[in-house]
Design a protein around this ligand. Structure first.
Ligand code: UTP
Length: 225
């Protein structure tokens, strides 16, 4: 299968060390024998910190986004280093480059592309562009809840949701640089219009990636039919 995997910066850089990069690189290498893999790496805390600094220096929102993009590419570079020969050594800056580099048969790793969205949207557009069979978004929570699990003890994980319903829930959330909430609207629109098979799940356990590819029911599946 052709699979796009988005890994949140908050996952890879949870402890600001190499542990998660190593764990993910081992799993990605083993999956790459059977699948064509495209990995999109997020910015996490370092992106938000740099965005805050540049915003306090007077930068506008698009410039803040641009700073965020640079940080996602630095994070992508760390994963590239961990993957070694298994990955194509250059980070694509757009979707055409991602497709072009993939002809070498190696794992493709990239960060952001242009301002005004998060890496969730990058992964969804990339999945459209390369006509991926699956889009997997690994984030810091188990999936989408019916209410904020940090505020409500009885919040329930939603196993399946339509892209339509998800758009309604997400539409009133913040979209400033560094503050894309749980999932980016632009991403859901892509998922909807191209009926992308999508799962959002917890990336703290890298084994979840294998489970999703084996079709085990974890996280939140976005239904598009
Ligand atoms: P992320 O996609 O990592 O945002 O990009 P995030 O929501 O903070 O995700 P986690 O924490 O990694 O899961 C960081 C910031 O970089 C800018 C946005 O400002 C985003 O909030 N960005 C990223 C873009 O403007 N365009 C892109 O293509 C990617």
């Amino acid at each position: 299968m052709k699979i796009v995997v988005a890994i949140g910066g908050s996952i890879l850089l949870e402890d600001y060390d190499c542990k998660k990069f190593k764990e993910y690189s081992e799993i990605l290498k083993s999956l790459s024998y059977d699948h064509e893999l495209f990995v999109v790496v997020g910015g996490g805390k370092p992106a938000r910190e740099y965005i805050n600094i540049v915003r306090n220096l007077g930068a506008g929102e698009a410039q803040c986004d641009d700073m965020g993009i640079d940080v996602t590419r630095i994070n992508a570079k760390l994963l590239l280093t961990a993957l070694g020969d298994s990955a194509y050594p250059k980070i694509p800056h757009n979707f055409q480059e991602a497709q072009e580099y993939s002809s070498h048969g190696k794992i493709i790793v990239m960060g952001g592309t242009e301002p005004a969205h998060s890496t969730d949207a990058v992964s969804a557009i990339l999945a459209e562009f390369i006509q991926a069979d699956k889009l997997i978004n690994l984030t810091s929570v188990d999936g989408m809840y019916d209410k904020d699990p940090n505020k409500y003890d009885d919040a329930k994980l939603i196993n399946e949701i339509t892209a339509e319903e998800m758009l309604k829930v997400i539409s009133n959330k913040d979209t400033k640089a560094g503050t894309y909430e749980f999932f980016d609207m632009a991403a859901i629109q892509m998922i909807k219009r191209s009926s992308l098979e999508t799962t959002i799940a917890n990336g703290h356990d890298p084994q979840n990636l294998i489970k999703i590819i084996k079709n085990e029911k974890i996280g939140t599946r976005i239904i598009t039919d």
